[in-house]
Design a protein around this ligand. Sequence first.
Ligand SMILES: [Zn+2]
Ligand SMILES: [Zn+2]
Length: 278
Amino acid sequence: MLHIHHSTQDVKVHSLASGSSGNAMLVQAGDTNLLIDAGLSLKVLSSHLTRLSVPSTSLSAILLTHEHTDHSISAGSMSRRNKAPLIANAATLNAYQQREELPFETLELPTGSETLVGRIGIRSFPVPHDAVETVGYILQAGNVRIVYCTDVGSVTPEVRASLEGVNLAIVESNHGLDRLMRGPYTEEMKARVASPHGHLSNEDCGDLIAERLEEGGAMTVWLAHLSRVNNSPALARRSVMGRISARTNVPVKLEVALRDHPSLTWKSGTQAFQQSLF
Ligand SMILES: [Zn+2]
Ligand SMILES: [Zn+2]
């Protein structure tokens, strides 16, 4: 898959926001700027991009994982502003177009297939979640591979396989199981979050990462899409690390992508380089 023969180059990933109040990640390779999800207002998203010295008219494409508002609210307007395609599968594009009145450029990417945008190869994979056809994305630039996998109700063989060979894994760690069950959500909401088509728990996330580390060696992991009510950065980190260290000694660099502001930057080639943006 993704046989793209570019020389090794710097790849940067920035977490702009991650959680049910909005999701957006910027991936840069050379002059290619990809936005994964556009779940912040146009104003907020534009100001985050400006602070990263990325004009909000210089995006190469916008990738959409699914039509839920926390991932899609500015997708159409960002597409129009950048004259760049919104990339998603047909079901997701249809669902999103029903809400978005103005036209925008689209590029249909059937789930499981690949495309190339500038210097970045893109492949989607199916993810179990309660939207029409949710996907995660594997991105490849040179020999750098990144996976983006949030809003994932349960770990499927496709989800497991998506982490193979990645340098950076951005994986949902939505809630502590115990905190969800004892927390203030209604029984109906608890059942939705915990269902195989809801959101991934810290425990399942930790087991998924542990298994990948056992099989494949070191990587950086960003815990993403944390619940404000049923999780905290400290709980997610403690819980995931606990699951990992129970199984393997392979080193992992674990960071937490914060919910409501830019929080992390990853740069290829400098294994341990990572810092807060602001
Ligand atoms: Zn979401
Ligand atoms: Zn969702």
